[in-house]
Design a binder for this molecule. Structure first.
Ligand code: FAD
Length: 480
């Protein structure tokens, strides 16, 4: 069923424990640190259900209407529908909400396409994944994922020491009703705004880490769960004019702590199986479906960055200089290349599970590698183009509240064809995208959201047709 924005916001008032510093946040939908981002997520729900988007962004199954990111693709048309759904969601937030509701939903949909893999892991786990997928789909659930142990807690000798608090999440007990979790997971982007968290391991575990291999789903208001937010950037946005992006798109990142949290067996998907705790994602369409969304999201952000670059050089009066046009041309070429890499994923699909169709994994991993590697370089180019522009501007827009100052500001800061206020507005937007603390967090996000760079590169290594490449060499060697 399609949820409305209002229903989504009501769902966040569920007694969850969110800590911001030492403050227990009572209602994130009204709190100054989170309310605008909560509203941005709620708009996604309203807009995808609106008549003009409904056809593409939802699909009908057994008389019910569901969000298209739950669609298990069987045809080229299904892949297109999924892609356009991701694109519209990303377009509405300019790619700044990395973990929008379609991200983890795509991971779970990809897992549910291969229930037999779960049945091999544990009896009944196959139907668990199907039921969880249906629960998410039927209730339009927004899930985040916490799939990494915290830094500094990865060596077994650290958490096996007698009497030590368990830093990384593991199963501390189990009985007929389910498992008990204790420990902490990093790093729940948009955990504060999600209904549930998917708990698991996206990076490999050691063979002796059976109890850490637990993969399950936990509602974020479950007894014993607490969410520890990083610094809110929305709270410190000066005004909407001064920090337009921090103001409404700070999806936040948070550590999630589990203290004696009970998880019923029907929400458990992997247990006591370190290999498959990570294997489920890459042995099913899950990882590629989730990261296809990431590619598309990045592309929408890149379009905004290229647009900002163009506006900035015009505002600086340097847009006519051939060398500057060359820089813009390079940015435009990079944007087009990424778009082609994404569209190519649909042009040469593959089948990972009988009866279903999947985007081309190698092209998706190439795009993922491209995005991770190039983001900071692209931001550097925009910094170059901005020069000292952002720092010519007054501290904030309050300058125009004083009529004398406003006149002086207009007199000296305006240029032919552009008022001082318009210039300031553009520079404030550009700085929030490229230079502010919000921008700095995005720099880190784009580097790490899919794992560190050596892991991202390894996906391309693992999926490359080395036999084919080597065969080309053999053919030449054998020919003389
Ligand atoms: C903004 C942001 C949002 C995130 N959102 C989420 C989320 O929603 N859910 C989630 O589960 N996780 C999330 N993460 C976590 C992310 O997956 C991890 O940051 C990432 O996997 C890297 O792990 P780490 O931070 O522990 O770094 P580390 O593993 O400590 O690595 C740090 C650096 O150490 C070096 N290094 C470490 N090991 C090796 C090695 N074997 N070989 C070579 N060099 C090495 C590399 O330079 C690496 O970049 C997020 C991270 C960030 C920054």
């Amino acid at each position: 069923m399609l949820k409305s924005g209002k229903e989504y916001l009501e769902g966040l008032r569920d007694g969850r424990r969110v800590y911001l510093g030492n403050e227990l946040v009572e209602d994130i939908t009204t709190h100054e640190a989170f309310r605008n981002a909560a509203n941005s997520f709620s708009l996604i729900y309203d807009m995808k259900a609106a008549p003009e988007h409904r056809d593409v962004m939802s699909y009908e199954h057994n008389g019910n209407q569901y969000s298209s990111y739950f669609l298990m693709p069987k045809t080229d048309q299904d892949l297109k529908k999924r892609m356009e759904t991701h694109r519209r969601i990303a377009e509405w937030s300019h790619g700044l909400l990395g973990r929008s509701p379609d991200h983890v939903a795509s991971f779970v949909t990809g897992l549910a396409m291969k229930p037999e893999m779960f049945e091999e892991i544990g009896k009944g786990y196959g139907s668990n994944i199907i039921k969880y997928y249906e629960h998410m789909r039927d209730n339009d659930i927004f899930a985040c994922y916490t799939v990494l142990p915290p830094q500094g807690a990865r060596k077994p000798e650290l958490y096996e020491r007698e009497g030590m608090t368990v830093p990384t999440l593991r199963v501390s007990d189990e009985d007929d009703s389910g498992v008990t979790l204790n420990g902490m997971k990093m790093l729940g982007t948009s955990a504060i705004f999600s209904n549930e968290t998917w708990v698991g391991n996206l990076l490999p575990l050691g063979a002796n880490q059976e109890k850490e291999s637990i993969t399950c789903a936990v509602p974020l208001n479950e007894t014993g769960v607490s969410i520890w937010s990083r610094k809110s950037l929305e709270k410190y946005a000066v005004t909407e004019f001064d920090n337009p992006l921090s103001w409404r798109f700070d999806e936040s990142d948070a550590m999630v702590v589990f203290e004696n949290v009970k998880v019923p067996w029907e929400k458990v998907f992997v247990h006591d199986n370190p290999e498959m705790s990570r294997g489920i994602y890459v042995k099913s369409p899950s990882h590629s479906m989730g990261n296809h969304q990431s590619n598309i999201r990045f592309l929408e952000k890149l379009k905004l960055i290229v647009g900002i670059a163009h506006k900035i050089v015009e505002a600086n009066g340097v847009g006519h200089i051939p060398a500057v046009q060359g820089i813009l041309g390079e940015l435009a070429a990079q944007q087009a290349a990424l778009e082609a890499m994404i569209k190519g994923q649909l042009n040469e699909p593959e089948s990972l599970v009988d009866g279903y169709i999947n985007i081309n994994r190698r092209y998706m991993y190439a795009a993922l590698h491209w995005c991770t590697t190039n983001y900071s370089r692209i931001c550097d180019v925009i910094r170059d183009l901005m020069g000292g522009g952002p720092f010519q501007m007054p501290a904030d827009i309050s300058v125009i509240e004083n009529s004398e100052m406003k006149n002086t500001f207009e007199k000296y800061w305006s240029v032919p064809g552009q008022s001082a206020i318009d210039r300031m507005k553009l520079y404030k937007l550009a700085w929030d995208l490229i230079g502010s603390e919000f921008a700095g967090r995005h720099l880190q996000y784009e580097r790490f959201y899919a794992g560190p760079s050596f892991v991202v590169t390894n996906y391309s290594y693992l999926n490359a047709p080395w036999d084919t490449f080597g065969g080309l060499v053999d053919d030449i060697l054998d020919s003389y």
